[in-house]
Design a protein. Sequence first.
Length: 422
Amino acid sequence: MNRSLYSIALYLISPLLLVYLAVRAFKSPDYRGRWSERFGLKKLKQTDIFVHSVSMGETLAAVPLIKQLQQLHPQLSITITTTSPTGSAEVKKAFADTVQHCYLPFDLAWCARRFVKQVAPQYSIIMETELWPNLIHYLKKADAKVLLANARLSEKSANSYQKNHKLTQPMLQQLDIIAAQSVQAAERFIALGVAHERVSVCGSLKFDINIDQQRIDSATLLRQQWHAQARPVWVAGSVHPGEFDALITAHKQLLSQYPKALMVMVPRHPEQFDNAAEAIKNAGLVVARRSQQTAVSTETQVVLGDTMGELLTFYGAADQAFVGGSLIVHGGHNPLEPAAMGLPVMMGPNYRDFIEISELLQSAGGLTVVDDADALAANLIALFANSEAYEQASNSAKSVVAQNRGSLAKQLAVVESMMANR
């Protein structure tokens, strides 16, 4: 399939995009507005730099890079797009009205063309692997420089790209430069036809996580408010339906050994908050919902983190962490936030979206892969029972983060080089 056939196929299934939005809107109020942005109908101003940061994780990684660009080039205007409400919320939180922000339109040819015509950037920065053939085509047709920043490419994704090479190879060859997270990712891009001189290995921006003292103080205060200084506390972060029951089962096993243990369950998506609360109550556990400011007593067994933007604070208030999206076939989520807080980390076996990071942590002893609820409970119990093993895992997790910092400076240098060679 080439880009023309791809575009025709998208037009044919375009009614399903409306069904998709309707279904998402039914599940979450955050999807009930701003549909015009999804189809490139919002009126936008021309800007100098266009950044697409996808969802919350990519946006959090992109924020320091964008802020550096604002400091170095205050005269340049910036447009930031996302595809999810959580990513949009992070953009608004970090930049307020200092940037132009909207959802990235669907990759229908007329939507992408209208969007690019309005924004008409000189420079485009696309985070990770959020590559859309029509978007790239019209950016290059408008003579924009295009950088794929913080780029990752799993073996599975590379194989998929190879199978669809008539569509993906021309798109990849239009990229001016790729700042890859790892040597493996760089090699996969080159094997797909990207010229080696256009690929740089810069590490992952996610290693440059900044945990300020205020965040640490907030986490310490939160644990005090929970009366949990002497209680075993663990966080199940960014979890999905399909994982709720396993986490509850693991926590019940932990409670059999440590009756005062506290789990903080944080669903990935707001539309799952009520479902998670129901699952916890149906299991007979005492739950306090964070959004309702329910008091956490010594009898509370689960805190449901049904708020946005507090996950890092929850990690700081805990002893161990499980990172979700990994007991189901989803690809996992970022394990670096709990690792940076010094928490031993656990993930399920499905972590393909963070494979290099997860394997680094695992080889150092800071991350353990657990296949099911029993393995999760056993690992929790083992580390709560063995302070020496706990300290070793905690220090290993922090060391991996510290040793791999520096990606921000490298990726910023790549952006500056792209802008200088205009």
